[in-house]
Design a protein around this ligand. Structure first.
Ligand code: GLP
Length: 239
């Protein structure tokens, strides 16, 4: 694991954003796994500003998002579909047919997860971007007794509901989500994680210094051969 500790979220956004822009320029038809949450927002800003400056094109890029809430209208401001369009896609030349999400409104969640896993396996993710939950979750893989493999429907923990409900006002925060499994995340050729703020310090310590256990799903990254972790000083406080 390559650990990079920086001053603040803005610096991380620049460094991680540059990593993605360089990777896209090197392989214009790259397949990216993308994440939501506050952590990747400065990275997305760097990418679309580079696009606006004519330094990169996302025309041939394919993306797969990590997760989506169950039962939230796609048009809700808190759906991850809307988040990704607002924070990145709408500011670039990416093709809508190349962006992929789990459908949190699918009538048959199991079939939807199987469909997504098959598509992911066929595409093969080059770089997976990850945030991390305060409890060490990645995607929406919550602390558990075993590591998950493929996509599945998950009941969110109190910790996650508490952390994310601040964003919800009109529609209440769903208590279920569909998420890529840990096994699928680990198949990405490269993984880039971003963790900022004191609330992530425990998760960073457990992920980096603790044992590999599904109690801290992010700890599995110790077994991946190409992981870059960007942290600010607060998130790295316990290392
Ligand atoms: C959500 C998402 C995760 C994300 C996490 C951290 O639960 N499902 O993919 O990593 O929140 O979010 P934030 O970056 O806002 O702290």
């Amino acid at each position: 694991m390559q650990l990079i500790i920086m001053e603040n979220a803005a610096q991380i956004g620049e460094a991680a954003g540059k990593l993605f822009v360089d990777a896209i320029n090197k392989k214009p038809n790259i397949v990216l796994g993308l994440a939501t949450g506050a952590s990747p927002v400065p990275t997305y800003q760097y990418i679309y500003k580079a696009y606006e400056r004519g330094e990169v094109s996302l025309r041939d890029v394919t993306t797969y998002n990590l997760d989506e809430y169950v039962g939230l209208p796609k048009s809700d401001k808190n759906s991850y579909y809307t988040f990704m369009h607002r924070e990145l896609f709408d500011h670039t030349d990416i093709c809508e047919e190349n962006v992929h999400f789990l459908d949190g409104n699918a009538a048959d969640a199991e079939a939807e997860c199987a469909r997504y896993d098959a598509a992911l396996d066929k595409a093969g993710v080059d770089i997976q971007l990850l945030g991390v939950g305060r409890n060490g979750h990645i995607g929406f893989n919550e602390p558990s007794i075993c590591f998950t493999r493929g996509a599945f429907k998950v009941k969110l923990t109190e910790s996650t509901i508490e952390a994310n409900s601040q964003y919800f006002d009109e529609n209440p925060m769903p208590h279920y989500a569909l998420t890529m499994g840990v096994g699928s995340i680990m198949k990405a050729k490269k993984i880039v994680m971003i963790a900022t703020g004191a609330a992530k310090a425990d998760a960073m310590a457990a992920m980096i210094k603790g044992e590999v256990t599904p109690v801290c799903p992010a700890s599995i990254l110790q077994f991946h051969h190409d992981v870059v972790v960007y942290m600010d000083k607060e998130a790295a406080r316990l290392l």
